[in-house]
Design a protein around this ligand. Structure first.
Ligand code: SF4
Length: 337
């Protein structure tokens, strides 16, 4: 690949915070009749203990593929073709689906998108929580199970009686809380929340996010919140990662990203946010997200980028440091001080 700079992996070295998950040069491809496409392309980042890292991007940016890969739920024709996912010194990218089962839920858990589809409609909530524990060889007496389930449900703001109900008897917000209760049932260090509030109204969305934050603070878990709602990210996450066409194009503390986005795509996402203090014309991002099978040469964002210049249509920018504790992939970083 052509580039003006050597790839530089953003790390947590600046903050000194303990890193729980390291993703290094992770590349995931899907086999298609027209050849392999990279849905996740050389993505690297660290996740720190107790933080919420947002991963934002349009549909097709690779964020959901990345989330599924991290929890070992990538299905063929998708496959990891390079890179590492390091959790407690173990490279999860090398695990077989069977080996991944022992890690999922106990160390890294998923709060899935659309809990209605992830919860079994014919099994009471209690059994669904216990199933996950049994898969890890944990057998509880009925009294222990009652206590554990009541405490889990209480943690996510639900009454203990919810354990007896089926998914169809719960509201959308309650289902998401149950999904969170299942995700934390073994106190994992890392929770991947994949668009946990999509299809919920704004009030319920806020409650689910507050619950997620409370649980994260209580357990000290690290969370990756995957989504496309920049407003929700701005209110929720500690750091923000921005994905475009399978690549991580910017990563920064949320506040810094809001005040001084370094990548033009991040800037446009932020400018598209409505303001409560200022009347402004809402602006969308011009053009369409590129098709992964047919990516533009050079920077994949160049056909939509208002700041594109000479090298952008031919040379792919690598991610590089863009200030303290932040990195971005844009040729502008090479020409502006
Ligand atoms: Fe825009 Fe060029 Fe930066 Fe890509 S590399 S975001 S096209 S300025």
């Amino acid at each position: 690949m052509n580039s003006l700079a050597q790839p530089t992996v953003p790390t947590a070295a600046h903050s000194g915070s303990e890193v729980v998950l390291q993703v290094r040069e992770l590349t995931v491809q899907y086999a298609t009749s027209r050849g392999p496409v990279s849905a996740v392309n050389h993505v690297s980042f660290d996740l720190r203990k107790g933080e919420i890292l947002g991963l934002v991007g349009e549909s097709g940016s690779g964020k959901t593929t990345l989330a599924m890969t991290l929890v070992g739920l990538l299905r063929p024709p998708g496959r990891i073709v390079g890179g590492e996912i390091l959790l407690n010194g173990r490279n999860l990218a090398k695990l077989s689906p069977h080996e991944y089962k022992s890690v999922r839920l106990s160390q890294i858990a998923l709060m899935p998108q659309g809990a209605m589809n992830s919860l079994n409609p014919v099994i009471p909530i209690r059994e669904q929580i216990l199933d996950g524990l049994r898969d890890h060889g944990i057998q509880l007496t009925p009294a222990e199970a009652d206590r554990h389930i009541a405490s889990l449900l209480e943690r996510v703001g639900l009454r203990a009686e919810v354990a007896k109900l089926h998914a169809h008897e719960l509201s959308g917000g309650m289902k998401q809380r149950v999904a969170l209760a299942i995700a934390i049932s073994m106190q994992p260090q890392v929770i991947i929340a994949d668009e946990p509030t999509s299809a919920l109204d704004v009030v319920v969305q806020k409650l689910v996010i507050e619950t997620l934050r409370d649980v994260q603070e209580e357990l000290g878990a690290a969370i990756i919140l995957v989504g496309h709602d920049m407003g929700l990210m701005a209110q929720t996450v500690d750091r923000l990662g921005v994905m475009y066409a399978g690549r991580l194009v910017e990563i920064a503390p949320m506040r810094d990203a809001l005040i001084s986005p370094q990548h033009p795509y991040t800037r446009l996402l932020i400018e598209a946010l409505p303001s409560v203090t200022e009347k402004k014309k809402l602006r969308g991002i011009p053009g369409l997200a590129p098709q992964l099978l047919n990516l533009p040469k050079g920077c994949a964002f160049h056909p939509r980028c208002p700041l594109a210049f000479e090298p952008c249509s031919t040379i792919t920018p690598e991610i590089r440091p863009a200030g303290p504790d932040r990195a971005a992939a844009c040729h502008l970083l090479e020409v502006t001080p």
